[in-house]
Design a protein. Structure first.
Length: 511
């Protein structure tokens, strides 16, 4: 954090001090969770579904916070932010429990503060990453590669909206060279708003899929919204670079929406950073030849990724393109790709249970692209003897999503990929029925009512050597199966509130 006194904070956000000493400095982190507050912190009090952050203001002060950022008068030292007046749901993140718009006002103030801090570090280059699938994994991989070149801050988990983005920006200091931000979008204008808070120099668009299709109405509408990222980039002469997936027609077409220099990635011949000669090992880990055709680099080399699934190649190519733009050599990029250990929780995280079962935890989302990628990865995993491949599938538990033609295709693909198919929840019956119609006589498929029933089934029937895929949305809670099967000390299980755009109604409750 760039140190700021409270007078400056109040001036930047257009607020006023309340029972606070304006000369006191915020030298610690800016936090919306009172449990993470330390000496010199600024505590951001937000409403939540189960509680209000103001209830924890005194705890935050006891932990060392110098003030509270809030829209309500409190007994604690505070920076009071002005009301926003009328609220437009497409422009403002709808926090659960924000009945009077005070939470939205605090978020607006937080964005102003983040923008101010970022402008204090003019040599910090912002990289924005978006896409329907893969943006968190790619963002982490870009951060991993850029950290080899200089001080880098990367947004954690899926901190990709009006709360997570400024929270991440406020982690930078005067030495930060790279700021890697995951960017989600709820509709037209939202991406542009995020880019105004942190103007990107490099923008990465991975793909346009059907995630949040019910919200947008069409994939063309999703492309229109995500393409605002490349429109926000500076001109090529000012260093702007758009990294676009040449294999996705909607993404490739974004080249016409930007004045930045375009770098294409993919498997097609026109890609500047291209993958050829693709192979998968027995654990579905990709091996490929990376061919570079960039203005200052023409090279090729073999790459072996430690992650699982052929779709990981797309993420790796995008990350490589960004690192090369910032001066990494081909050898440095390959070494970074091959030693990466930044797989996010519940996104193709592969574990081994004490009983010898391989567990693929992809219990994060159920967009068509991610479902296809996960099932194809399962199909590519090798087994020996009488070991079996299991596909455990859940949906988004969304009434608008349950009767969906996509479920038929998921069921058919599951029947081609697994020996045992367990579909969880009545709202996923369509997947079960499609799988049953398509399955061979040796493939068993069944519908169970909930995660507990699925866990009990696995405990009874798993054997050493089996491979189990857990695929569902966060709401489907298939991660609880991973918790049940893995030792308690195994990382990457359980959930942390991450305020991402997949839950626009807001948080689980600030603390």
């Amino acid at each position: 954090m760039i140190p700021l006194d409270l007078n400056t904070v109040a001036g930047v956000v257009g607020g006023r001090l309340h029972r606070a000493d304006g000369t006191q400095q915020v030298r610690g982190t800016v936090e919306f969770d009172s449990r993470k507050v330390g000496p010199g912190s600024l505590f951001v009090a937000l409403p939540g579904q189960r509680s209000d952050g103001l209830q924890f203001a005194e705890q935050a002060l006891a932990r060392g916070a110098v003030a509270v950022l809030t829209a309500h008068e409190v007994t604690a030292p505070a920076v009071l932010v002005p009301s926003l007046g009328s609220r437009n749901p497409t422009d403002v993140l709808a926090l659960a429990g924000d009945h009077d718009g005070s939470g939205a006002a605090v978020l607006a103030a937080l964005a102003k503060l983040a923008n101010h801090v970022l402008r204090q570090v003019p040599n910090c280059a912002v990289v924005g990453v978006t896409g329907s699938v893969g943006k968190t994994s790619t963002k982490n991989l870009i951060g991993h590669l850029l950290a080899q070149l200089g001080p880098t801050i990367t947004s954690p988990r899926s901190f990709n909206n009006e709360l997570g983005q400024p929270w991440t920006i406020l982690r930078i200091d005067k030495d930060t060279q790279h700021l890697v931000l995951e960017l989600g979008t709820r509709g037209i204008g939202h991406m542009a708003k995020l880019c105004a808070t942190a103007p990107p120099r490099v923008g990465v668009v991975l793909n346009v899929g059907d995630a949040h299709l019910n919200r947008f109405g069409s994939q063309d509408a999703i492309a229109a919204a995500k393409g605002e990222l490349v429109e926000a980039l500076p001109h090529a002469s000012a260093g702007g670079v758009a990294v676009l997936n040449a294999d996705d027609p909607r993404v490739a077409a974004m080249a016409h929406r930007t004045s930045a220099r375009v770098v294409l990635t993919g498997r097609t011949a026109q890609a500047h950073v291209r993958a050829t000669a693709i192979e998968l090992d027995s654990q579905a880990r990709p091996r490929f030849t990376m061919r570079l055709n960039l203005p200052d680099i023409s090279d090729s080399a073999r790459v072996a990724l430690p992650t699982h699934g052929e779709h990981q190649i797309d993420n790796a190519l995008a990350a490589a393109a960004v690192a090369l733009e910032f001066g990494a050599t081909c050898d440095e990029v390959i070494a970074g790709l091959q030693n990466d250990r930044s797989t996010p929780p519940h996104r193709m995280a592969v574990h081994r249970t004490p009983e010898g079962v391989t567990l693929i935890d992809d219990a994060r989302n159920v967009s068509s692209g991610s479902v296809r990628a996960a099932l194809r990865t399962l199909a590519a995993m090798a087994t020996t003897g009488d070991a079996r491949k299991w596909a455990l599938l859940g949906t988004a538990h969304d009434p608008n999503f349950s009767k969906d033609a996509r479920h038929d295709s998921w069921g058919r693909l599951a029947a081609q990929s697994a020996d045992r198919i367990v579909v969880i929840g009545e709202d996923a019956r369509q997947i079960h029925e499609a799988a049953a119609r398509s399955a061979s006589k040796d493939t068993r498929t069944e519908l169970v009512p909930d995660v507990e029933a699925a866990t009990a089934l696995l405990r009874d029937e798993l054997r050493a050597g089996d491979v189990v895929l857990l695929k569902g949305s966060r709401k489907a809670a298939l991660w609880r199966i991973a918790d049940a099967l893995l030792p308690a000390e195994t990382p990457s299980t359980g959930w942390d509130s991450d305020f991402d755009v997949e839950a626009p109604s807001g948080s689980q409750g600030p603390r």
